[in-house]
Every structure is written in C-alpha cells, then in structure tokens.
Design a protein around this ligand. Structure first.
Ligand SMILES: Nc1nc2c(ncn2[C@@H]2O[C@H](COP(=O)(O)OP(=O)(O)OP(=O)(O)O)[C@@H](O)[C@H]2O)c(=O)[nH]1
Length: 521
C-alpha cells in the first residue's frame, strides 16, 4: 500500500496535479467571474432598456393627455357663448367623442352639475345631476383636471379629464369632460398595451396610492398592488430602474417613469429568467474561447513538469548503481538544466567520487597484507581462479623462510617483521606487472609467475633463493629460504592438485635440509 502510494507521488505527477488544480480553479474562477459580469451586464442592459421604454411611454401618454386637454380647452372656449344651445352642445359632445379616440364618453355640464349634453347618448345622462367624484371635483376646482381613478355612477372604473367653461365675462358656466374607462377598450390600452409582451415582459401603470390603472391582466385594474418588493421605490422616485420580485413571486427587472401631469408611474418589466437567456449562449462562447488556451497551458505545464522531473529521475536511477565504475560518466552526461538538479548532480558526483575512493581503499585493504604490502591469500586465490578461468598458464613459487622462529627469538619480533618486509621487497624484484607476490602465512610467501614454464620458474626460484641467501638483512644478517615450485598447464591438472604438489615440493625442500628449491611432482 505504502509503495503504491509513494510510486504515485512522483514529482511530475505532483506538479501535474498542482497544475491541473490551478488550471481548473483558474478556469472555474474565470468562468464564474465572466458569468457574473455578463449576468450583471444583461441585468443592467435590460433595466436600462425597460427604463428607456417606460420613459418613452410616459412621454407619449403625457402628449396624449395634453392633446386631450387641449381638445377640451378648445371646445370649452367655443362653448362659453353656446351653453343655451342644446343642439350645439349635443353636436359638440358627439364631435369630441367620435372625432378622436381619446375618450370613452364625453359630458357637458352646467355650473350646478346638471348634464347638458352627453355622448354616447345611450348613457342617458342628459338632464341628470352628475354626482361622481370627477364631476364634483371639476365643479369645485373650476380648473383643468385629470381625476384620480374612481367608480362612476354607472359602475365604470374611470378617470375623468375636464376643463371649465367660462363666459366671455369670466363667469363660471360649467365644464366639458371626457372619461377614460380603465376596464374597457381605451386609448391608454392602445398606447401601452400593443407593444410589449415578448419574453414575458409587460407594462402596468400605478398611481401614487399603488392603485393599478393599467395592467395586461384586466382583473387587476383598479386593485391596489401588493407584495411587490420594488413598488415603494418606484413610487418614491420619478424615474429609474430596479430589480424586484412581483406579487406572483417572479423576479423582474423593471424600468419606470412618471407621467408629469398625473403622477402616474408607468412600469415596464421583464422576467429575470428570460432576460438571462442569452447568458447560456454567451457562456458557451466563453468556454469555447477559453478552453483551447486552458488546454494549451495545461499541456505546456505537463511537458514542463516532465522536463523538471526527468533529470531528477535519471539521477535517482544512477544513485542506485553507485558501485558501477562507469556511473560517474553516466551521471556526468545527465542534462541537469536547472540550478537545483545541477546542485544535486554535483553533490551526487562528489559523493560517488568519495565513495569510489573509499571502495578502492577497502578493496586494497581487503587484498593486502598490512605488514609487508604484499597481496594476501584471498587476493592470490582470486587471481589464480581468474587465470584458470582465462586458461592462462602460470607457475607458483612457494617460498618459506628457514628457521624464522630463531630470528624472532634471537633478534626480536620487530627485527623479524623487518625481515619479512625485506623478503617481500626482494620477491617484488622478481615480479613483473602480470605477476603477483603474496604473503600466504607467517613467514610463507608465493610468487605467481604468469605464462612462465615450469623450467623457467624453477630457474627463477633458484635465482631468488640465491639472492636471498646473499642479501644482508639489517640486524639479522643472512637468512635462507626454501622454495617449492609447481605449474598449472591449462587443465593438465586441476588447480587444487597443483597447489598440493607445490606444498609437497616445499616440504621436500625443507626435508632436504632447507636453502634449496624442489620441483613439484
Ligand atoms: N616477527 C614475526 N614473526 C612471525 C610473524 N608471523 C609468524 N611469525 C613467526 O614465524 C615463526 C615460524 O616458525 P615455524 O613455523 O616454526 O618455522 P621456522 O622457525 O621458520 O622453521 P622452518 O620453517 O621449519 O624452517 C613463528 O615463531 C612465528 O611466531 C610475523 O608477522 N612477524
């Protein structure tokens, strides 16, 4: 389990994981911020479109109301001298009603509120006392008015636009007024209702008391708007835009503007949901545009991660084979292209060098006799096996100092050591590069002669023996050696037997009285 875990946690994978996390987070973050910005923009745009539209409709309605009042004013001007002429009054009422679509009905009243003429005549108002709120207000105020919405005597929800009639002497004679039936086909509906029903958008009109004067849902006209989170702000301001939740709990983006002459507010609003529909397309485009770059960044980081981890992995692999003599060169060839890996490479290289020096020293120590510097028995054995494996002929001289015990006893152990060293020096003089001098016992030595015949080896043994006997050893003087000689002649005899015969030859030399050489059998 642990190994699996550590195998997975490779540097390039870690960098990749980091890069992947960073890339995904960046992508998500950029997507999210883009989404928020686009959403904000769509909302702002929609509100400002609605606001502009509400403003335009408020202007149009204001123009219509002014025109209506001008029509009434023009008429009132002509009526100032004709109040007694019932036929003229009836004609004038009809003209106002039918010449334009401004009013649902027209009424001309005298100064006491008695109807003098009305159109359409089917209303049956002529000769009757007007009692509605609009008429009473007109009689009391005696000025041009647009009434608040109210329910008329014949049960119509209406607003009443009126202008006073004065005689040329400025006596108040009554008023001429037009009604707009809010719940029946009317001019307001024509102005407001035709245009704006795409995507669930709609328009409504409220007065300052939140009474709905126009709404696409007929049933709501005349009711008080409730549970609308933005209406207080809408009524308090002259013009603006707001995000709100309407009475049916739908989130809306509203623009609004006030009609100056009535203080009615026209609200145009669109559902948030449909306003944000383009967002899906926009975000798809954002993804399509961002994704290639994101992927390119990711691939680049992936390749970069590999390039970073590659020299480290190579160094780690080489560090497993530090005992390989070629490892230094192999490490040297690794392309450590950045500072940390280069420092690591240098550190490993100096470690390898130190290790190899130490290994070399250890090998030397393991192969060498510390007193004389000659090779030891192990090294000799290894070399012999090597030569046998190669099939290289060789001869062996087994050299033993005679009566060495006496040397120690007479001159001391230290002098004995010096003799041993000097003996090795002499034997080294008989040894070529391919040969070997080994100390195989206390005062026993072997001279290995590579590719030397038995006869030549015996001749060397004789010369060696003579040289030793002629040598003056410090403190000790003269010593002699006995030598057994044998050869391995490429599988003619196994190595073991050759060694045995050399030993026997040495014993033979000792038995012969020492200071002589004997050829093994
Ligand atoms: N100084 C010294 N003496 C050693 C060392 N190794 C072995 N010896 C001595 O070598 C002597 C060998 O004695 P023996 O085996 O009796 O052989 P020898 O006296 O040479 O007699 P032969 O070989 O029969 O001629 C012993 O006294 C050992 O203590 C060494 O490293 N230094």
């Amino acid at each position: 389990m642990g190994t699996l875990k550590y195998n997975f946690l490779k540097l390039n994978r870690l960098i990749l994981l980091l890069a992947l996390t960073a890339t995904i987070l960046t992508f998500v973050n950029s997507f999210y911020s883009n989404y928020e910005v686009q959403k904000e923009q769509l909302i702002t745009q929609r509100i400002s479109v609605n606001q502009a539209y509400a403003h335009k409709l408020a202007d149009t309605t204001e123009v219509f109301l002014n025109l209506s009042r001008q029509q009434l004013a023009y008429s009132a001007n002509g009526l100032g001298t004709k109040m007694q002429d019932k036929t003229f009054l009836a004609r004038e009422a009809n003209r106002l009603k039918y010449q334009t679509d401004s009013f649902n009905s027209v009424v001309i009243s005298n100064a006491t509120g008695m109807t003098q003429a009305a159109s359409p005549e089917t209303l049956g108002l002529v000769g009757k006392q007007l009692k509605s709120a609009g008429s009473r207000e007109a009689l009391e105020e005696k000025r041009s008015l647009i009434s608040k919405p109210y329910i008329s005597t014949i049960n119509n929800l209406l607003v009443f636009i009126s202008t006073p009639i004065f005689s040329p002497e400025h006596d108040y004679l009554g008023f001429v007024g037009g009604t707009i039936y809010l719940k029946k086909p009317n001019i307001l509906r024509e102005i407001l209702g035709e245009h704006f029903y795409r995507n669930g958008s709609y328009i409504y009109v409220v007065d300052k008391r939140k009474k709905i004067l126009y709404h696409p849902d007929q049933d709501r006209i005349g009711t008080i708007a409730k549970n609308n989170t933005g209406l207080d702000e809408i009524i308090a301001q002259k013009e603006g835009g707001v995000s709100l939740r309407n009475s049916r709990g739908i989130d809306m983006l509203a623009g609004y503007a006030t009609i100056p002459s009535t203080d009615w507010t026209i609200v145009t609003q669109s559902p948030l949901e449909s306003s944000l529909l383009p967002l899906t397309g926009i975000m798809e485009k954002v993804i399509l545009k961002t994704l290639p770059m994101t992927l390119a960044v990711f691939v680049f980081i992936w390749l970069f991660a590999r390039a970073i981890s590659h020299p480290l992995r190579q160094l780690a692999d080489k560090a497993k084979t530090l005992d390989n003599p070629a490892v230094s060169d192999e490490i040297e060839r690794i392309n450590s292209w950045y500072v940390e890996s280069s420092s690591l490479k240098k550190a490993i290289l100096s470690g390898v060098k130190l290790l190899q020096v130490q290994i070399g020293q250890l090998r030397l120590d393991a192969d060498t006799d510390p007193l004389t510097g000659a090779k030891n028995r192990r090294a000799l054995q290894y070399r012999l096996e090597e030569l046998v494996a190669q099939g290289t002929q060789f001869s062996l001289l087994s050299v033993d100092i005679d009566y060495f015990k006496k040397v120690n006893d007479t001159f001391g152990h230290h002098a004995g050591d010096e003799v041993l060293k000097q003996q090795v020096d002499i034997m080294n003089r008989f040894s070529r590069a391919q040969d070997m001098v080994a100390r195989t016992g206390g005062e026993e030595f072997v001279l290995l002669l590579t590719e030397v015949s038995q006869e030549d080896a015996f001749a060397v043994a004789e010369r060696l023996r003579e040289t030793v006997s002629n040598e003056v050893f410090e403190e000790v003087g003269h010593i002699t050696v006995s030598i057994g000689v044998g050869s391995w002649l490429n599988n003619a005899r196994p190595l073991k037997k050759v060694l045995l015969s050399v030993d026997e030859a040495l014993y033979g030399a000792k038995a012969n009285g020492r200071n002589c050489c004997v050829m093994g059998k």
